[in-house]
Write a protein that binds this ligand. Structure first.
Ligand code: SAH
Length: 339
């Protein structure tokens, strides 16, 4: 059976043509799908005959809210969504002044093995389909009853390890007949799958690339992130420079500060050296403690000092505000409890 949300718009039009339907039908159906209908019967401007024909080969996929937590501090809402096969993923809705942002997952689990991350603990189960990625936005929006204007692909999984499905999803979520979310309102975060950064640069989609750097040199980075043993920092930075050149978009570097591991003033100096002259922004994140690991958050003063040191070198840096700290909103923590 075909999940119609796995088709890009043109593919949907092509498919409908193959079953004898006119072109305008694609616009109608595409639009219904993105409004969060849960069956063909809800597509009220499509005749019963056409709906029955569609149901022979296709279905409308949905996501079930298995658990939902709303932060009392800042309204941040965390969903544990259940997929049709019983697997679970997490999405988080955050309320910012500039609009409502959703953080979504790209895979069930992750095979990247970063030492501080909860999402990778059980390994990778499977990648999400384009429709499953999109459904997180659709069904969260339906649940909160407000428009989501920004997307960050920073939930469970490595988006560049599910490249084709992620690109399809991005095309669909950006489509004017769908949710129409501008590429500039979308960020994609990667641990640094270098060949795919070059591929992404070729896609002609001006999304913001976030790179999880977390270390200023290979020694520290390889100890935290296995991917660094495959693609060293110099190759990663080269790929980032290429991305900036091709897209003219600023890159955002994520740097989780782990006490005694990567948060010294020398580390800040080395990081500044590495990023000097780049169109970049450094997002400093106090590491979130996860039960299985001994990594610790540094104190506020140390984090401030690290940030100030970067700024003194002319690097654009900020400390990320923590949202939803009362509901374990950081990725992977909720799903992991089920494993
Ligand atoms: N696989 C992608 C996206 C998912 S993780 C990536 O690696 O970028 C989203 C961000 O959260 C990444 O920057 C990741 O390194 C970071 N992260 C994971 N676990 C964390 C933790 N315990 N504390 C702080 N940041 C963490």
């Amino acid at each position: 059976m075909i999940d119609l949300k796995d088709f890009e718009f043109d593919e949907l039009a092509e498919y409908l043509k193959s079953i004898g339907e006119p072109k305008f039908r694609a616009e109608q159906i595409f639009s219904w799908l993105h409004k969060g209908v849960e069956s063909f019967d809800e597509m009220t401007n499509i005749s019963k005959m056409v709906r029955e024909k569609l149901a022979e080969e296709c279905f409308v996929s949905t996501l079930k809210i298995r658990e939902k937590y709303v932060s009392k501090l800042d309204k941040t809402t965390k969903y544990l969504f259940e997929l049709p096969d019983g697997n679970c993923i997490e999405s988080v809705v955050m309320y910012y002044k500039h609009g409502i942002t959703i953080c979504i997952s790209s895979q069930v689990g992750c095979r990247m093995g970063c030492g501080f991350c909860a999402s990778t603990i059980g390994g990778l189960y499977r990648s999400l389909t384009p429709g499953e990625i999109l459904n997180q936005v659709i069904f969260a929006e339906k649940d909160i009853g407000e428009r989501i204007s920004n997307i960050v692909m920073m939930g469970i999984g490595e988006p560049l390890d599910n490249f084709d499905n992620v690109v399809k999803f991005l095309h669909n979520v950006n489509h004017p007949k769908g949710l129409n979310i501008g590429y500039r309102h979308i960020s994609l975060s990667t641990c640094g799958v270098v060949p795919m950064i070059y591929e992404l640069a070729k896609q002609d989609m001006p999304i913001t690339l976030s790179v999880s750097l977390h270390a200023p040199n290979d020694e520290i980075r390889s100890s935290l992130m296995p991917i660094n043993r495959k693609y060293h920092i110099d190759e990663l930075i080269q790929a980032c420079r290429d991305y900036i050149k091709v897209t003219t978009r600023r890159i955002s570097f994520e740097y989780s500060l782990i006490s005694g591991v990567n948060d010294s003033i020398e580390n800040a100096d080395e990081l500044a050296q590495l990023l000097k002259g780049m169109l970049a922004h450094v997002n400093l994140i106090p590491v979130n403690k996860i039960e299985e690991r001994e990594y610790k958050k540094g104190d506020k003063k140390q984090i401030r000092a690290f940030c100030d040191r970067l700024i003194s070198h002319g690097i654009n840096a900020t400390i990320r505000r923590e949202l939803g700290s009362d509901i374990q909103a950081s990725c992977g923590q909720l799903r992991k409890k089920l494993l």
